[in-house]
Design a binder for this molecule. Structure first.
Ligand code: RIB
Ligand code: CA
Length: 307
């Protein structure tokens, strides 16, 4: 199956590996890469996306988008991604971003695509939310929305909220309410994608390509998660891409998800009702379990296909 996607991101170390996975996967037709601030601000995330696509020898168009959420300001996460967003790994500079704003590009593609498009969000949902709220009818040409966001348990930015979700909770609420199928790779999904030095060593043994090396170098800068007893570094964003490429790697559960948009300590929480306690109808599918061995084998095999 050849799935057309728009990949919205905030590269970001794990975004970098997700971009490589998407570009290396023939199951996908990456129509556009749209970029938001978020991890380290648009002044870094946009050139990072351009450098990553160039390193992969891809001519997929890259569009700059929102550098602040619908309300307030983005909070960078340099502790994980470094000041530059790629852990200090310097790549050759890429080309130029498209002159069109990311939100306009998303709407144009949805308006003109001859087949439904899958929207993949692995950063703050601002660009996707703006596109869908300014032209709601375009949701009819959305096949599915796949997001790395949220958690049913504790967050990683606050005790209540995951980074992408709290970065723009209002935008995420818009996307969840757009009426199209939504799939969430939550922190519980990605906690099963624990990348370790041994996995990186196994990848390095697969080849000598510049992208494989860059993926290992970049991921090797990511601190092991204290939240997960330093057993590894949760590889968040590639889980969203892997769902589309090989859904058999996952088990799923249909749930209702409600955003906490309050000003209080649980702002940005994705209130995920796994047990149907509220009686609310399911509005999303969560990726509940992951075949981690198959996931890391897929990533290594795909990275080794790249230049
Ligand atoms: O919580 C993890 C998410 O926040 C990932 O998308 C990572 O890149 C950061 O943006
Ligand atoms: Ca991200």
């Amino acid at each position: 199956m050849h799935t057309p996607i728009i990949l919205d991101c905030d590269p970001g170390t794990d975004d970098a590996l997700a971009i490589f996975l998407a570009l290396a996967s023939p199951e996908l037709d990456v129509l556009a890469i749209t970029v938001a601030g978020g991890n380290v601000g648009l002044e870094h995330t946009l050139p990072n996306a351009l450098a990553l696509t160039a390193l992969a020898g891809s001519d997929v168009p890259v569009y700059g988008g929102a550098d602040h959420p619908l309300l307030g300001a983005f909070v960078s996460e340099t502790r994980v991604h470094g000041e530059d967003g790629l852990g200090g790994v310097v790549l050759p500079p890429g080309g130029k971003a498209q002159p069109e704003h990311a939100v306009d590009a998303i709407r144009r593609i949805l308006r003109t695509s001859p087949e439904p498009v899958t929207l993949v969000g692995i950063g703050p949902a601002t660009n996707l939310g703006l596109a869908l709220t300014t032209e709601p009818a375009l949701a009819a040409n959305v096949r599915e929305i796949v997001l790395m966001t949220g958690a049913w348990g504790e967050g990683n930015m606050t005790p209540a909220a995951e980074f992408n979700a709290i970065s723009d909770p209002e935008a995420l609420a818009i996307v969840l309410a757009c009426g199209r199928p939504v799939v969430l790779a939550t922190l519980e999904t990605t906690a099963q994608a624990l990348c370790t030095p041994a996995i990186l060593a196994g990848w390095r043994a697969l080849g000598a390509g510049q992208c494989l090396k860059a993926a290992c170098d970049i991921q090797g800068t990511v601190p092991l998660n204290r939240r997960l007893a330093h057993a590894g570094a949760a590889l968040h964003d590639p889980c969203a891409i892997a769902w589309i490429v090989d859904p058999c790697l996952f088990t799923t559960r249909d749930v209702s998800v409600v955003m906490d948009l309050g000003p209080g300590p649980s702002r940005g929480r994705t209130v995920i009702d796994r047990w149907g306690r509220t009686g609310a109808p399911a509005n999303a599918k969560i990726l509940e379990t992951l075949d981690a061995t198959g996931f890391f084998a897929l990533l290594g095999e795909r990275f080794s296909r790249l230049p």
